[in-house]
Design a protein around this ligand. Structure first.
Ligand SMILES: [Zn+2]
Length: 233
């Protein structure tokens, strides 16, 4: 794998962001549902009760992720649209100052004044708004994130992740439930930690350890609470 910086631009960077968000959503689904079903399984052996709790947790978690994502992406998109509208107005009302401003940005990035001016003129002729949006705001006006896409993506990712502990707790015989769920969840977290650290190009070892340990703690804590509540009530 080469780590040429240009690979991170444009569609590639967008795809990477989506993948990263998907893996994180699945990770959320795995950990929260695992904690839930293991907690309930510590309190009761009733398969229907465990399944009902896990299913409710899956649906609630997926909806909550989707709503949260929809709200946050919509807000970001509104703010980006407002910034673009302002930029558009400035370009229409004072094109000369805007050209100077753009040239100054490229000068600030280290270009000689003459070259910065040349670049600013060329980019302005090609697509002034895109040039300003990129240099000043870091936005691509043609590629604003769609809030519905983001919402569906996190709903699906969370659901896929949550299905693993849900199936692992209800399918095996009673005495195997918690063990099978614990082991399969830790293996899945090892996998999501490995994938997400690869996508983020961060060192793999620490990312995997954090992820697996986090899930392990979540399961131990909810198991403890479930066992405590289950014997008290
Ligand atoms: Zn501008």
């Amino acid at each position: 794998m080469s780590d040429a910086p240009h690979e991170e631009h444009g569609n590639n960077a967008r795809t990477l962001n989506w993948l990263r968000a998907g893996v994180l959503g699945a990770n959320d689904g795995i950990i929260s549902t695992a904690g839930l079903v293991i907690g309930v399984a510590a309190a009761t052996t009733d398969r229907t009760a465990i399944f009902t709790a896990g299913m409710a947790g899956l649906v609630a978690g997926a909806m909550s992720m989707a709503v949260g994502e929809y709200v946050s992406v919509s807000t970001q998109r509104d703010s980006e649209k407002a910034q673009l509208a302002l930029e558009k107005r400035e370009l229409a009302e004072m094109p000369e100052q805007e050209l100077v401003e753009l040239a100054q940005i490229y000068e600030g990035k280290g270009l000689e004044p003459e070259l910065a001016q040349e670049v600013a003129v060329a980019l302005t002729e090609r697509d002034a708004l895109a040039a300003h949006a990129d240099a000043e705001l870091g936005i691509d006006p043609d590629e604003l994130t769609n809030p519905w896409h983001a919402a569906w993506a996190s709903l699906i990712a969370f659901t896929l992740g949550a299905l693993l502990p849900l199936l692992a707790i209800v399918l095996p015989p009673e005495s195997w439930r918690v063990g099978v769920t614990g082991v399969s969840v830790l293996l899945a977290l090892l996998l999501t930690g490995w994938i997400s650290s690869g996508l983020g190009r961060s060192p793999r070892g620490p990312a995997i350890v954090r992820n697996v340990l986090g899930g392990f703690i979540a399961m131990v804590v909810t198991y403890g609470i479930g066992a405590l509540v289950g014997t008290q009530i």
